[in-house]
Ligand binder design. Sequence first.
Ligand code: NAP
Length: 310
Amino acid sequence: MSIVLVHIDGEPVEPWIAEFTRQAPEIEARPLDRIEDPAAVDVVVAWKLPQGLYGTFPNLRLIQSMAAGVDHVLADTSRPAQVPIARVVDPWMARAMSHHVILQILRWHRQLDLFEADRAENRWRCGVTFHPETVRVGVLGLGHLGQAVARALQGLGFAAAGWSRSPKALEGLETFHGTEGLAALAERSTALVCLLPLTTETEGILNAGLFAHLPEGSFLVNVARGGHLVEDDLFAALDSGRLSAAALDVMAAEPLPSDHPAWRDPRIFLTPHIASEINLATATTVFVDNIRRLRRGEALTGLVDPARGY
Ligand code: NAP
């Protein structure tokens, strides 16, 4: 018997099981509490499976992350090294991410917080003018999401550029790569968007050293992982004026503890890891396609390189 274990941390899994049944009645999808025999599980589809469980399925053939990132899978040391890991690559998510980043860039550029503050005092301040041509967005990560975001920003007339690990030639898009390219990207950017995977190389990359290369009054958008940001360096950069504001969708501690200073800081726009939530219908189509490929012995999609970390 081949069973697909479906698990999503902190949310009911029943809608996902029902969607599997609707799209692929031949696939036996079950939640964790209905796995009687771990040896029958050949695929795990999960967001944050409890630590240590991957090692308990002796016939596991595929780990399918229920997210674009796989840091939650790689963190489990019980994971059998030979089992392939796939992530979600879904145009629906790229569009949602683009919407979120555009929302944050426009909210900063058009100074919505200023108007909210004026409104609270029943008055409008005069003399605010906007110069979109001065907004230069640097996107860290030029993968599935980063490229979509950079192109969407270009479509709005903003000067976008991107940074990746390997060199890239992308028509009409200024690109930088490698350690030396990071400072150059920051120096030309008035807004920095993080869309990197969380790896040993990228952990803590949003730090004082990088902020020092940004022009005074820049804007930071972190929509990748909380582990990319050194929070003390963020507050120091906001206090010094190096950064004028930050939009944080992801935090090192999620859910954010009630005493965290970000809650009370008007310079920080907070959202609860919703920049690009996984979509029930379109993501299940990706999962079903990969499971069918696995069972037919065909090449899988969205495979990651565990050694590289993404
Ligand atoms: P992806 O397609 O794997 O792209 C990753 C990009 O990062 C690639 O361009 C890669 O460079 C670059 N990169 C990796 N390590 C690097 C390094 N050390 N230096 C420079 N560049 C590096 O990933 P994706 O699908 O775009 O997703 C990116 C991340 O977004 C995910 O890992 C996840 O953490 C986050 N995410 C957040 C949300 C949310 O709701 N907040 C939703 C979805 C995803 P190369 O092109 O040279 O390989």
